[in-house]
Design a protein around this ligand. Structure first.
Ligand code: MN
Ligand code: MN
Length: 466
């Protein structure tokens, strides 16, 4: 069985709508370079659509009724949107989930050092990366520095035309004879992924004297103090993320694709969010859940394994007329979810890593993975065929393109998402998402048609899965 790409079937109107949507998508990628930025943008979009902060409702002792829209933010890095349906919550929710953290390079807590006239920031990478892909490209730094007095200083350097960018150096080819013999996993060592941060030594203007000891480091510290009001010690309570600098843009002579950083998994986060905001009515409560820490195992208070989601649903039940433990269990168990994450698109240049007829392809729409995991489906959620059949009906009725796939050949590798965590509640959940090329590389590629199909597919799911 082979599916066609959607391009031939698109009308001029479809193409126009797709371009408009992908314009918004590129802006989302360009601005949303961290999970914090994605969270604040999501809140901005939700509030513009009439969503209210659940904390306010709780503080004011308000109650929730059908049609109400609320959002809950967890530590500025995870966010859930809910639109209350006519059916009681215990009948379950239609949930769209995705993650907003992406592979990157994090600045260490004691990062600054000087070596031979250069100042550097020491780093520790986050998530699975091919380290050699991250050297010699322009990088930006985003994040927060929190001072002891509680003041949060937002940092963003390297995105605007007039701002400097950063870089990690690599050894010139002329001197790389030994280096080129190393395994790809060793050719760039983790401890060598340090950011070149400055090179001007500090000079005491009054004395017209050049400092002799660590003068470049001293100059960098002075700049940090003057520009941001931070001392070196403040970096110990900072979260600074180093990411590829520059905007997401069209790719290909026909501009059929988007090249951008962080499409794993902001492509699913953005399309899920758009669908959530587009669908104004459904009988069951609708939810869009955007989580952090997926790339390192969904751990921590802002990862899917935290109780934030469950706690928030308990609060919702309380606001909607009374919480009890059984209602909460029923609500979660009766929910139906698309756990969306990117899928590996078939890459003809590396065909041997894929099994062709069970691979995801560009332009063929939403990708469904019945199971993920690796080597005998280990660690996988395995979605029920009854649920998959229902999804097929919903998508076919709405004329949405979709395909089924596995992540690569059996025994070659694998990966998983948050589906198995939600499955703990006993809900119906399937891994699904959008196909991309170069997954986890600084710049990833997606098909515009798949962005368009994803939004349409998620809308159909919210409207029709119950
Ligand atoms: Mn992912
Ligand atoms: Mn990933």
């Amino acid at each position: 069985m082979e599916k066609k790409t959607v391009w031939e079937s698109y009308s001029a109107k479809d193409k126009k709508e797709m371009e408009k949507l992908c314009g918004e998508y590129k802006a989302f990628l360009t601005r949303g370079k961290t999970e914090r930025l994605c969270t604040s943008m999501t809140v901005e979009m939700a509030e513009a659509a009439g969503y209210k902060d659940i904390k306010e409702l709780i503080a004011k002792g308000r109650s929730l009724k059908a049609g109400d829209k609320v959002y809950a933010v967890n530590m500025n890095k995870m966010v859930a949107l809910f639109r209350i349906g006519k059916e009681p919550l215990e009948k379950g929710m239609a949930i769209l989930g995705a993650h907003i953290d992406s592979p990157r390079i994090d600045v260490k807590q004691n990062p600054l050092y000087e070596d031979n006239g250069f100042a550097y920031l020491d780093t520790h990478y986050y998530g699975g990366i091919k380290k050699y892909q991250w050297v010699t490209i322009p990088l930006a730094i985003h994040g927060v520095v929190v001072r002891k007095d509680g003041k949060v200083i937002n940092i963003s350097i390297g995105e605007e035309e007039n701002e400097p960018v950063f870089c990690i150096t690599d050894l010139l080819i002329h001197l790389s004879a030994d280096n080129m013999e190393k395994k790809a996993s060793k050719v760039i060592e983790g401890e060598n992924l340090d950011i070149l941060f400055g090179s001007i030594p500090f000079t005491d203007k009054k004395k017209e004297e050049k400092e002799t000891k660590e003068a470049v480091r001293k100059n960098v510290l002075k700049l940090l103090k003057d520009k941001y009001g931070i001392e070196e010690e403040d970096l110990s309570s900072a979260e600074l993320e180093v990411v590829p600098a520059g905007p997401a843009r069209d790719s290909g002579l026909d501009s059929s694709m988007v090249l951008g950083y962080g499409q794993d998994d902001r492509i699913c986060a953005f399309t899920s969010l758009k669908a959530m905001l587009n669908v104004e009515k459904s009988d069951h409560t609708a939810c869009c859940l955007l989580v952090d820490k997926e790339e390192i195992g969904s751990v921590g208070a802002t990862g899917m394994r935290s109780r934030f989601f469950e706690n928030t649903v308990a609060e919702l039940l309380d606001l909607a007329g009374g919480h009890d433990e059984l209602k909460l269990r029923r609500c979660l168990a009766n929910s139906r979810m698309l756990s969306s994450d990117v899928s590996a698109a078939f890459d003809p240049l590396y065909a041997s890593a894929y099994e062709k007829k069970n691979s995801a392809y560009f332009g063929k729409g939403l990708v469904f993975n019945k199971f993920t995991g690796s080597r005998g489906k280990s660690g996988s959620n395995d979605a029920n065929p009854e649920f998959i059949a229902r999804i097929r009906r919903v998508l076919d009725d709405a004329g949405v393109a979709y395909q089924t796939a596995e992540l690569g050949k059996v025994d070659v590798g694998g990966g998983g998402t948050i589906a198995y965590i939600m499955a703990l509640y006993g809900m119906e959940v399937i891994d699904c998402g959008v196909a991309i090329l170069n997954m986890h590389a600084p710049w990833e590629i997606a098909s515009k048609a798949d962005v368009y199909e994803a939004v349409r597919g998620y809308e159909a799911f919210l409207k029709g899965i119950f």
